[in-house]
Every structure is written in structure tokens, then in C-alpha cells.
Design a protein around this ligand. Structure first.
Ligand SMILES: Nc1ncnc2c1ncn2[C@@H]1O[C@H](COP(=O)(O)OP(=O)(O)OP(=O)(O)O)[C@@H](O)[C@H]1O
Ligand SMILES: [Mg+2]
Length: 442
């Protein structure tokens, strides 16, 4: 029997604790109210119920006090087999703790390099992996100089940002000025657990134009396997916003293999050699280009869509990897398609008072699965990032395009029923220039 320490948990990540318990292992869960905003109460309760013990602390970032807490519960460094986290805000802490106690974990240096978007691009440059132009800045004048050098449009985002915090695509110098002007207010309104991640550094990046994909890469210390590639739905009016995924990716198999190899190579050069990593990649006219290498498994609803499409549970694979199992040798074959879309308000909105409390139920027969948190009268915030969604809808079927179309149709009907605009999904597929569409033939 092994002892696994989880630093926080995500809603779907509870499946990893459940798997570890089914296998008969001991699980300690470290939790902090700072991250309550990420995981609904029912899932948190379920995680605590499954774990052998939950240790609460206001600070999960400092390894010293965490070691002390473990000791108070009779857990010494030698007792712990592995430390992991499914939550982006806690992966660095999990890696640090693993290193401090000599347990299995994702290497701290690698997590730190990936979490620092500037350092990450430096590593790609040093190792010859195709990447995007970038500069790390702390002030508006530096950002203006960097953007002039890179060429507009550019993306500006916090070096260690998550969840689309303070991220803008800007067309010109005024856009950068507006970004810095709005940033102060956004930082003030931010959840403390998220704000703690950020410092004064921003990365200014070349804008990658094309279709967005993500790849879950599994690594066991030696082998890097792209487990699954998925197509990402971006916001129509603000492509920074993430609105769901479709599995499988819809790419021709040769290109999907190229995408998988690229994402695996990114993890390899960063040294992310134990765990599952969520690598976001744009398919541009020049080829695949990294958007972000997340040193943790996918969040959101994607792991469940992958399970529905492949009959494999990535959280189980994650736990197995930390227990010492080899990474799967090949990508997970898919058996059907799954497409999910997040529901979010385009502008601040109120759910009509006269809707029945169970208004969402009329849409269920057309869905495989989904949820909403939008009771009649509820105030909804305009979508600004991942944490502003109020629901998710999913269709599972034989064909990826059809599943995506069906879920889009339900989204439109929900929008009509609610009577206000939902954040619209870009019709992004097939938008590359025709010459490039034939790239694979060259
Ligand atoms: N250089 C870029 N070119 C084009 N689009 C980009 C670029 N950088 C970021 N984006 C867009 O902005 C989104 C957010 O960027 P990024 O993934 O780096 O931030 P994040 O806040 O870490 O996101 P999350 O934590 O939700 O994955 C991306 O999903 C992508 O749509
Ligand atoms: Mg991202």
C-alpha cells in the first residue's frame, strides 16, 4: 500500500482520489479555503469523504509548514510515496513538497519553468523547439517597446497567469495602454488564491493565428506519450476565452501525430517527466506553436469528455503514473466523439425571474450530460475568464462534427430561453489560408 498526498483537488480530480482508494492506497488531502472558489462544495465534500484524512491549512504554498502539519498527523517524509495536485494553483507547491520529502513528484524545476511563461519560451528557444516571439516586461513603456519589436497584434498576459486572468489580445499601442489601465482593477477584484500567483511581470507574445488544440501528455520518467489531442472552442469576439472542446480533434491522423509529437517534445525539453500535462497548441500557417504548457492535467470538463470518447479515465492514468506504472505506449484510441461547451454570459445579466426553477431540464433529453448554476433571478457576471461560466452542456455521438453541431444548437436554444446573449463560440475550424491547408501534401 502506498501513501499519496494530494495538494488540493479539482471537481473532476476527485476521480483520482477515488481511484487511489479503490486500489487500496492511503490518501492524505491538503486543503485550503483559498481555493474553495474552484471546486463546488459537493465535490469538496466527496474528496474529503474519500480521503483517509484531510488536513486544512491557510497556506498550502510553503513546504515548511506543510511538513510540520504532516508530522502532526504522524506522517514523516519517508511515509509518503508521491505528492501530486490536479489544481494549477497548487502544482508548484506539490512539486516542492515532493522534492523536500524525497517522494515521487513532478520535478520542481520543470514545474517552475513551465509555470513561468517567459522561462518556458526561453527553454523552447534554447532547445530549438518552434515557438513564438516574446519578451517579459514589467512596465507599459517596456511593453510598448516589446510590441513594436514583435509586431502587432500581440498577446499580453501575466507570466504566471491561469484561467485567462488579465490576458488581452491588443492591436496597437492604445490597446496596451488600455490593458495596463484595466489590469489594476481586475487584480483588485480577483480571488486572493489567484492573485497570489501573479507578480508585476507580463509576457508580450506574438499572436498565433489559427486553430487551437490541446494535448494531454503522459510521462513516466522516460517515455512521453501524447494521450489525446482535442480541438478547442475559442470565443468569437474574444479568442482568449475558452468555451469547450471536441474529442477527437478532427485533424488528419498525420497532423494529429505531428501535434502529439510537438506537445510531447515541449514536455521533454521542460523536464516535465512525471505526470500528465495539458499542452495548448495553435495550428498556425507556419506549423504548430505552443500557447501554454500547463504542468498539470487538464482542468475543466475535458477529462470527462476524454473518458466518454475513449473509455479511459485520465485521472486513473495520473495516479498510476505517480505509483510507478509506465505511461501508455500509444495515444488512447477513441471510440466515439464528445463535444462540450461552457455557458457564460456575454454581458452582466440576470436569469429571468419567471423561468421555472428546473428550466435546464427541458434541454437534458438532447444532451449526454451537463449542469447549470443559474437559478431564476441569479446575477451572472460577464465572462472574463474560466471562472465565470455558469454551466456546461455535452453531446456524445459517433461523429465529432455532428456532436459539435448538436451542442451548438442546444446552446443557441438555451440562449433564446434565457433571453440574453451567451459568449459566442468562434467558427474557427478551417480558417487557415488555403495554401496552408495543403501543407501536409508538400
Ligand atoms: N501567443 C498567443 N497567440 C494566440 N493566442 C494566445 C496566445 N497566448 C494566449 N492566447 C490565447 O489566450 C488564452 C489564454 O492564454 P494562456 O493559456 O497562456 O493563459 P492561462 O490564463 O494560463 O489559461 P488557462 O490557465 O486557462 O489554461 C489561450 O487559450 C489562447 O486562446
Ligand atoms: Mg491556457
Amino acid at each position: 500500500m502506498a501513501h499519496l498526498v494530494f495538494v488540493e483537488i479539482t471537481a473532476l480530480g476527485v476521480q483520482s482520489i477515488a481511484h487511489a482508494k479503490r486500489l487500496g492506497h492511503e490518501v492524505t488531502l491538503l486543503r485550503s479555503p483559498l481555493y474553495d472558489f474552484v471546486t463546488p462544495p459537493a465535490e469538496r465534500a466527496r474528496a474529503e469523504e474519500l480521503a483517509d484524512r484531510t488536513i486544512h491549512s491557510d497556506d498550502l504554498q510553503d513546504a515548511g509548514p506543510l511538513l510540520g502539519l504532516l508530522r502532526e498527523h504522524g506522517i514523516g517524509p519517508g511515509d509518503v510515496h508521491a505528492v501530486l495536485s490536479t489544481l494549477s494553483l497548487c502544482v508548484l507547491s506539490a512539486a516542492r513538497l515532493a522534492e523536500r520529502i524525497g517522494a515521487r513528484g513532478t520535478p520542481y524545476e520543470a514545474v517552475a519553468a513551465a509555470r513561468d511563461k517567459g522561462r518556458c519560451r526561453e527553454v523552447l528557444r534554447e532547445t530549438g523547439v518552434p515557438s513564438l516571439g516574446f519578451a517579459v516586461v514589467t512596465t507599459l513603456p517596456q511593453a510598448l517597446a516589446a510590441a513594436a519589436d514583435i509586431g502587432y497584434p500581440v498577446v499580453i498576459k501575466p507570466v504566471s497567469g491561469v484561467g485567462k486572468a488579465v490576458t488581452s489580445i491588443v492591436e496597437d499601442a492604445d490597446g496596451l495602454r488600455a490593458h495596463f489601465a484595466a489590469a489594476a482593477e481586475e487584480l483588485r477584484a480577483m480571488q486572493p488564491g489567484l492573485a497570489a500567483e501573479l507578480d508585476e511581470r507580463y509576457i508580450v507574445e506574438e499572436l498565433a493565428v489559427g486553430e487551437l488544440y490541446s494535448v494531454e501528455v503522459a510521462a513516466d520518467g522516460e517515455r512521453f506519450t501524447p494521450l489525446v489531442a482535442v480541438g478547442r472552442k475559442m470565443g468569437r469576439d474574444n479568442p482568449v476565452l475558452e468555451l469547450g472542446c471536441t474529442v477527437p480533434s478532427g485533424l488528419p491522423s498525420a497532423e494529429e501525430a505531428e501535434l502529439g509529437a510537438y506537445a510531447a517534445r515541449v514536455c521533454e525539453v521542460l523536464g516535465l517527466d512525471l505526470g500528465i500535462f495539458h499542452v495548448e497548441v495553435m495550428r498556425t500557417a507556419k506549423g504548430f506553436r505552443l500557447v501554454e504548457a500547463n504542468p498539470r492535467i487538464s482542468g475543466g470538463s475535458l477529462p470527462d469528455s476524454v473518458r466518454m470518447a475513449t473509455d479511459h479515465n485520465v485521472f486513473e492514468i495520473l495516479v498510476d503514473l505517480f505509483l510507478g506504472a509506465p505511461a501508455p505506449a500509444h495515444p488512447l484510441p477513441w471510440r466515439r466523439a464528445a463535444s462540450h461547451t461552457f455557458l457564460a454570459a456575454a454581458q452582466d445579466a440576470v436569469v429571468p425571474q419567471d423561468l421555472p426553477a428546473d428550466w435546464f431540464e427541458e434541454f437534458r433529453p438532447r444532451l449526454h450530460s451537463g449542469w447549470v448554476r443559474a437559478e431564476p433571478g441569479a446575477q451572472l457576471r460577464a465572462m472574463n475568464g474560466n471562472f465565470d461560466t455558469f454551466g456546461m452542456i455535452r453531446v456524445v455521438g459517433e461523429d465529432a462534427d455532428r456532436a459539435a453541431e448538436e451542442v451548438a444548437a442546444v446552446r443557441r436554444d438555451i440562449e433564446k430561453r434565457l433571453g440574453f446573449a451567451l459568449t459566442a463560440v468562434a467558427e474557427s475550424r478551417g480558417t487557415l489560408p488555403a495554401a496552408d491547408q495543403a501543407r501536409g501534401d508538400g
